[in-house]
Ligand binder design. Structure first.
Ligand SMILES: Cc1cc2nc3c(=O)[nH]c(=O)nc-3n(C[C@H](O)[C@H](O)[C@H](O)COP(=O)(O)OP(=O)(O)OC[C@H]3O[C@@H](n4cnc5c(N)ncnc54)[C@H](O)[C@@H]3O)c2cc1C
Length: 421
């Protein structure tokens, strides 16, 4: 009996030992697997981090208008650009002497402040939280910032250089940019050089408008705040249009909105109203008599201009050019605003007026372009750190979605902000 117990005890002892060893082995295996996984994760995350941190790409920007140069500023500040080339077919003098003034709205001002733009160091003026400056002053300021960034990023500004097929052919294959930003304005043709479709979606903004320009070379070319006037009616009774009765029902027929902007030397005017079918609107949309619109702008200018600028009279009236009649305000935006050139691994994005343009000048046009650039920093980051083609395609798709959203928001709210309020 005792022998049997002893034998059982030994067998029991061996069983427990084995079980313990198995448990210890399983524990060791689990622990080492866990450590291996943890080491793998840490190494992978660190390597990815290092790769992302070190990732730098080459960017080419076509067009040195306000949008192209702001895109250049976004690029150099992204920390992901090793080499930046900015082109414009115009030489410096032609580029900086454009007479238009630009009006940066509070959203654009905030965006530009975030990019380090110092409005205190730029000639211009503030009015209603908008910053007004000459387009050339803004461009010159951005060019000077790019100049300062040359120590950190290899920045080349090539003015007097047109982007063409020949230009592309001359770039050695191994030096092709990873990102091309096309910001060549409403008449640019760079998209066709890159094989990007020039199909546009044209959408009504459900409003009518007309524009006028007055050039008076004896006047000053200094930044000037805009003037807005609302609920305007015009006496067209001489043409058989009875305005007074319509006038009384103000809520149903909110009248016209007028804006006078630009410098005293180059004055611009925009007249707009929400789409409606009143007698006056119908008449102004279809009249063949172009002097009616001219008279409206002439009279409106003299009523609403600043006190210190001269009136328009019959002698100076020939300095004014204007739309012949009211037209439907339409926004055209590219169907394809981002593309991938597969063989060369280049991501292209189209910005500013090259991407979307109004047939009506609101005096705030540049802000549409600035809104499009709000996704540029993320786009450059995602393209620079992309692991494969899928990542780049996803970045392009997000960019295109944002571009569509900018157009949509403009139709819904921005036209009203820039004209009716
Ligand atoms: C008469 C007028 C008055 C305006 N008034 C106002 C205003 O008061 N307030 C306001 O906010 N906005 C105003 N605007 C609108 C404003 O000027 C535009 O919104 C703005 O200029 C658009 O900027 P962008 O950079 O997209 O294009 P652009 O300013 O047109 O710049 C495009 C650049 O690309 C260059 N380019 C073209 N093709 C090539 C090529 N193949 N290779 C190299 N370079 C090329 C061109 O030379 C140009 O310099 C006005 C516009 C006009 C026409």
């Amino acid at each position: 009996m005792d022998g049997l117990h002893a034998e059982n005890a030994v067998v029991g002892g061996i069983g427990e030992d084995a079980e313990e060893r198995y448990r210890a082995l399983a524990y060791d295996t689990a622990l080492s697997t866990l450590v291996a996984v943890a080491v793998y994760v840490v190494v992978k995350v660190s390597l990815d981090g290092i790769r992302q941190w070190r990732a730098r790409i080459s960017v080419l920007i076509v067009g040195s208008g306000p949008v192209g140069l702001t895109a250049a500023l976004v690029a150099v500040r992204s920390g992901k650009v090793l080499k930046l080339t900015v082109l414009d077919e115009r030489y410096r003098t032609a580029l900086l002497c454009r007479p238009q003034q630009i009006a940066l709205d509070p959203r654009s001002v905030k965006f530009l402040l975030g990019l380090g733009v110092d409005f205190d160091n730029m000639e211009g003026c503030w009015h209603n939280d908008h910053f007004f400056t000459r387009i050339g002053v803004f461009q010159e300021y951005l060019l000077s910032i790019l100049e300062q960034k040359k120590q950190k990023v290899d920045v080349k500004v090539q003015l007097g250089t047109k982007f063409t097929e020949e230009y592309l052919r001359r770039i050695p294959r191994n030096e092709w940019p990873r990102v091309i930003v096309v910001a060549d304005g409403s008449c640019g043709e760079s998209c066709s050089v890159l094989g990007i479709s020039s199909d546009y979606t044209v959408e009504s903004c459900h409003a009518y408008g007309a524009n006028a320009t007055i050039e008076r070379l004896d006047q000053r070319q200094v930044p000037t705040p805009e003037i807005r006037a609302h609920s305007l009616y015009f006496d067209l009774s001489a043409y058989g249009v009875e305005a007074p009765r319509e006038h009384r029902n103000v809520t149903a027929k909110p009248g016209f909105h007028l804006k006078i902007y630009g410098t005293f030397r180059n004055r611009y005017m925009a007249l707009a109203c929400p789409a409606s079918d009143t007698k006056m609107v119908r008449f102004l949309r279809h009249t063949a008599n172009s002097s009616i619109m001219k008279n409206i702008f002439h009279q409106s200018f003299n009523v609403y201009k600043t006190d210190i600028e001269p009136r328009l009279n019959d002698v100076t009236l020939h300095h004014m050019q204007c739309s012949r009649r009211l037209f439907e305000i339409q926004l055209s935006h590219r169907r394809i605003s981002a593309a991938y050139i597969e063989g060369d691994n280049v991501a292209v994005t189209v910005e500013g007026e090259a991407a979307r343009v109004l047939n009506f000048d609101t005096g705030c046009g540049v802000n549409l372009g600035m809104q499009g650039l709000e996704s540029m920093g993320t786009f450059i980051y995602r393209t620079a750190t992309a692991v494969d083609q899928n990542d780049i395609l996803e970045a392009l798709s997000a960019k295109m979605q944002h571009s569509r959203q900018v157009a949509e928001t403009f139709k819904l709210t921005d036209l009203a902000h820039s004209m009716y309020e």
